[in-house]
Design a binder for this molecule. Structure first.
Ligand code: NAD
Length: 550
């Protein structure tokens, strides 16, 4: 069985309150064909990141949300609703745990075994926690990453540089737009033509070609003219990258967003068409993983070669270095991950991918919210520049939404302002506020968000769990704990948070608490690891850290 789900808009609700309705609409939104990568299989993004375990579980979630009272909480275990308990009106309406395995069993092999038996699903990050908003959700982070790279290396602009990357999926599809927003040229290698077409349709990508010659010619011409351009090149990165090296073509920046975190479902081995790969994946999964891992090793070797030729090379959070390392590439970790290289200072201030979606479905509501952000944060130049670009270049997918990296203090301010706008009618219906799990205080992921922590605490998972606990205590609307998102089984623990602004006093109290504790965890985590920016932030903004010396 499979159903076609579309985002639900408008002011009429079918649940017993807006909070339950919000969860239902965000579940639908995650599976809207404009938003999800393979909605027929409940797959939202990131390899096999799903919104519900199967269609039966999906319908049970729908039913339960429709009947859920304002003082009840539904529990969801890896995409299946398993219980409803009476709690209270300021408690979360939904609590979720996705793909969490006991550490010794936390491998893809064991996960696949359970998945086959219908006992688990892979929740990725925002797929299983119903706060994915399409590629926009990652655009600003990707934009900030490239902007920081440009600041550190090119005086603030990528103009006149060529970036080579691969993967134009749900997240990776943000790369071409983020590069062109920074005025650079991007060649994005993608093995699946339908993904290239999707990015062209949503205006994230400028051009498409199946010819390497043509891609290189277009890139060179744009670079020489100082023009921004993004090119989707149909091909397999493990092959194309070596061919570019062989030709001696100058590449300035190299990264990657294939779904390397999932060697069975996320990476196509070299020499295989999509159809042949699907057949092998089904027929002989072990052989598939062997071949895809070998191709990733080859791919990383090409990245290392580019680095030797003075390109700036970094891992973009898909764990490709680890897979290559396990397949025998000893120096796979010679290039850094993007968090220690470009993002950590932001995390120290509790800054991260704050986002919200208008449940009305009316783009005017997001426009009003954008204007409010401009009014509240007139000195935040980066944010203002981002909002101008986003309004001009970002096509909404599903429910209109906005991503805006805000820090400690700013998030609570914006959340309360949104609640007030809903209350006084400036925004026509409640707004859902959440964030990616890739945030300052919600994730333990030693090859990504917590790579190379100053005190060596990369693998300490307590922080992600504490994040979910405090956000539950503070009264988020739906709170989740996940394992394996971003980088795959065994490599990460992380927590999600969503809180609904419906204009009520109940929401006001909860927004203030959750939008303070959540980024506050980011500040606390980085204070504990010894980062000066975090210590300054805590002292300046009054985050209470019991053992922080004055
Ligand atoms: P996705 O599964 O939707 O897309 C991956 C794409 O890679 C697909 O379109 C696939 O066809 C393509 N691909 C696979 N093998 C290829 C090959 N050999 N050559 C060229 N293309 C190939 O995944 P996504 O949501 O775009 O995420 C991509 C990766 O980035 C994941 O590992 C994800 O966990 C990670 N990620 C990173 C961030 C970040 O901020 N850096 C955030 C979220 C996810």
């Amino acid at each position: 069985m499979s159903r076609k789900i579309t985002a639900k808009k408008g002011l009429e609700i079918e649940c017993k309150g807006w909070e339950q309705e919000a969860a239902l609409r965000m579940l639908y939104n995650n599976l809207d064909p404009e938003v999800a990568e393979r909605p027929e299989d409940l797959v939202v993004y990131g390899g096999i990141g799903k919104a519900a375990r199967n269609w039966e579980a999906f319908e049970a979630i729908e039913r339960t949300l429709r009947n859920l009272e304002k003082d009840e909480t539904m529990l969801v275990q890896s995409g299946k609703p398993v219980a409803v308990f009476k709690t209270h009106e300021e408690a979360p309406r939904v609590l979720m745990s996705n793909s969490v395995l006991v550490p010794k069993w936390a491998t893809w092999d064991h996960f696949h075994e359970l998945d086959k038996k219908g006992l688990m699903m892979y929740g990725q990050m925002t797929a299983g926690s119903w706060i994915y908003i399409g590629s926009q959700g990652i655009v600003q982070g990707t934009y900030e990453t490239f902007a920081e790279l440009a600041n550190q290396n090119y005086g603030g602009t990528m103009r006149g540089t060529i970036t080579l990357t691969a993967g134009l999926g749900g997240m990776g599809g943000a790369q071409p737009l983020a590069v062109t927003m920074n005025e650079g040229v991007a060649i994005c290698v993608e093995v699946d033509e339908t993904r290239i077409d999707k990015r062209l349709d949503t205006r994230y990508l400028d051009k498409k070609t199946a010819s390497l010659d043509e891609a290189l010619e277009m890139a060179e011409a744009a670079k020489n003219k100082g023009e921004a351009l993004s090119i989707g090149l149909l091909g397999n990165a493990a092959e194309v990258h070596h061919e570019i090296l062989r030709r001696g073509f100058k590449i300035d920046i190299v990264t990657d967003q294939t779904s390397a975190h999932d060697p069975l479902n996320g990476y196509v081995p070299e020499g295989y068409s999509l159809e042949a790969a699907a057949e092998l994946r089904h027929g002989d999964p072990k052989e598939y993983v062997k071949l895809s891992s070998a191709s990733m090793a080859n791919h990383v070797q090409a990245m290392l070669e580019f680095q030797k030729k003075d390109a700036i090379v970094f891992d973009y959070g898909n764990n490709i270095r680890q897979v290559a390392h396990d397949a025998g590439v000893e120096d796979a970790f010679d290039f850094p991950g993007f968090v220690p290289a470009y993002i950590r200072p932001l995390f120290c201030e509790g800054k991260g991918p704050f986002r919200f979606a208008a449940l009305s479905g009316d783009p005017e509501d997001i426009k009003a919210a954008d204007d409010k952000m401009r009014e509240l944060f007139p000195d935040n130049e980066k944010l203002l520049r981002w909002l101008d670009m986003a309004q001009e270049k970002i096509a909404f997918q599903g429910l209109p939404s906005r991503i805006a990296w805000l820090g400690y203090g700013e998030r609570a301010k914006m959340g309360l302002a949104l609640n007030e706008m809903v209350a006084n009618g400036e925004i026509s219906a409640p707004v859902v506020i959440g964030r990616d799990h890739l945030d300052s205080g919600s994730v333990a992921s030693p090859n990504r968000e917590t790579e190379s922590m100053k005190d060596g605490s990369d693998a300490v998972g307590d922080w992600a769990i504490l994040n979910a606990l405090v956000n539950t205590a503070a009264g988020g609307s739906w709170i989740s704990v996940h394992h394996g998102g971003g980088v795959g089984m065994g490599y990460s623990l992380h927590a999600g948070m969503v809180v609904v602004a419906d204009g009520t006093d109940n929401a006001k109290r909860r927004l203030e608490r959750v939008l303070t504790s959540d980024p506050g965890m980011g500040v606390a985590r980085h204070v504990d690891a010894g980062y000066d920016i975090a210590v300054d932030t805590a002292q300046e903004k009054g985050v209470q850290i019991p053992m922080l010396k004055e």
